[in-house]
Design a binder for this molecule. Structure first.
Ligand SMILES: Nc1nc2c(ncn2[C@@H]2O[C@H](COP(=O)(O)OP(=O)(O)OP(=O)(O)O)[C@@H](O)[C@H]2O)c(=O)[nH]1
Ligand SMILES: [Mg+2]
Length: 450
């Protein structure tokens, strides 16, 4: 049994889950998702603890009485690890471990651990290692001091993540050596990832001119299932969180003569650790370069609306908030989803309800995409120097101009254009372009806790 934070892994460990929410905030069922996350990481969940708190206690997050009550329960259930849904500071973790006599992890560390066990490609492995070092590293210095007192000198490595940082000795000197090693490893990782990124960007740019569709959505929404239903990708489908960590791109012909590229990629999650988003930017590069997003929602999940919000948050973070998007309401074969389905349908009437599993509604999706591809579905505003005749004649030939006005040396054109023309327009490099309509987000559904 691993006591305290000698390793951050939770596989096969007996876990108790704690979700503390502030009173007066609306929140969904955080324990259900935390359970799925913990099980995805291989832990055995033996106890769950939902707590409404009036305020966050600086030392232990939850109140002293609650800590004592929790400690009692941990003994009863023989718990190895306590996982908090809340992000904890290193000092809070230290205090809690002392008071509870068990290893304590927070949600971000748990997610990082899942990513670590799932990563298959070299790129994914390096990205996870980088994210783990970046998240864990600042928390290590003090944590190690703590370990010297609880585990004595020369325990294992502190975090599973830090794997190769050598055996620890006592005192400041070893700490200094460890810090230097971590720093060196960070530089190596960034360099190696940058090289892979450059290769991938070249690969993606090589597809310039093709119409690119990217499947996005909350983890477990059914992206890979939809990918398989549309193409022969053979993507891994599993009822666990983060089944997919790398990106797969395949050709798809929604109709004769219409050929597009579809990419399936990593799922999003609420409060995705920022370091992870940053280091997964390259994996999300397909999304960044896509001409159209299919936002897949699991309407059978009672948290569907919150999940839509979380996905839109991440899309915003990677600069994709304004991309043309089709909202796909998946799993309509599952009757549990009726409430969320009706609500989302009212908010986004153009959304497409389907079942990637049974195939119901796929024809509607096909039609919608072909329409996007061939029709004048976008209303965009393009700004270009008058001297740039190429862009202007392209717009006149392929679009329907709504308005055109001159601003100094530039022309500002308000135009209707088909999505299929976007790649070509981008290649002609207008000075700026802004998509005014053509995306169906459910933004502003107002579910966020203030
Ligand atoms: N009932 C039902 N289940 C579905 C449907 N589509 C997918 N599922 C199930 O949902 C689970 C997750 O599906 P995936 O396709 O792996 O989901 P994903 O979005 O790729 O998930 P990650 O890769 O983990 O982000 C699997 O158990 C699927 O069988 C559907 O239309 N109906
Ligand atoms: Mg998947």
């Amino acid at each position: 049994m691993e006591k305290f934070r000698e390793t951050l892994k939770v596989r096969k460990e007996r876990a108790a889950l704690v979700a503390a929410t502030l009173k007066r905030t609306r929140g969904g069922d955080n324990l259900a998702e935390l359970t799925a996350l913990a099980e995805s990481a291989g832990a055995v969940v033996v106890d769950r603890f939902q707590q409404k708190i009036a305020q966050i206690k600086p030392k232990t997050y939850i109140g002293k009485g609650k800590v004592e009550e929790l400690a009692e329960r941990l003994k009863r259930f023989n718990v190895d690890v306590v996982i908090f849904d809340n992000d904890l500071s290193p000092a809070q973790i230290r205090e809690l471990e002392k008071a509870l006599g068990a290893k304590v992890l927070d949600r971000s560390e748990l997610i990082l651990d899942i990513f670590a066990t799932r990563a298959r490609t070299r790129q994914a492995r390096l990205q996870v290692e980088l994210a783990q070092l970046e998240y864990t590293y600042p928390r290590l210095t003090r944590m190690w001091g703590h370990l010297d007192t609880v585990a004595g000198a020369g325990g294992g490595t502190t975090a599973g993540a830090v794997g190769a940082i050598g055996t620890r000795g006592p005192g400041e000197k070893q700490l200094e050596i460890d810090r230097r090693l971590v720093g060196k490893r960070l530089i190596e990782l960034r360099r190696e990832l940058a090289a892979i990124d450059r290769r991938r960007i070249r690969e993606i740019e090589g597809r310039e001119g093709m119409f690119k569709i990217s499947l996005v959505g909350y983890t477990n929404a059914g992206k890979s299932t939809l990918m398989n239903a549309l193409t022969d990708a053979g993507a891994v489908v599993e009822d666990r969180l983060f089944a997919t960590l790398d990106t797969r791109t395949r050709k798809w012909m929604p109709q004769r003569g219409v050929e597009v590229l579809v990419s399936d990629t990593v799922g999003f999650v609420r409060d995705l650790p920022h370091q992870l988003v940053a280091s997964f930017k390259a994996t999300l590069e397909e999304t960044v370069h896509a001409d159209l997003l299919l936002h897949v929602v699991d309407v059978a999940n009672p948290e569907a609306l919150r999940q839509v919000e979380a996905v839109e948050g991440v899309l915003h973070e990677i600069g994709c908030a304004d991309k043309p998007t089709v909202l796909v309401l998946n799993k309509v074969d599952d009757v549990r989803g009726l409430a969320a389905l009706e609500m989302l349908r009212t908010m986004v009437p153009q959304a497409i309800a389907l079942s990637a599993r049974t195939g119901y509604g796929l024809d509607k999706l096909r039609e919608a995409i072909v329409e996007r591809f061939c029709g004048m579905d976008l209303r965009i505003c393009v700004r270009v120097e008058q001297a740039n005749g190429k862009v202007l004649s392209f717009l006149r030939a392929h679009g329907r101009i709504v308005d055109e006005r001159y601003e100094g040396q530039a022309v500002v054109v308000d135009v209707r254009l088909g999505s299929n023309q976007l790649p070509e327009l981008k290649r002609l490099r207008p000075d700026s372009m802004e998509i005014w309509s053509g995306h169906e987000t459910a933004a502003g559904i107002g579910m966020r806790d203030e």
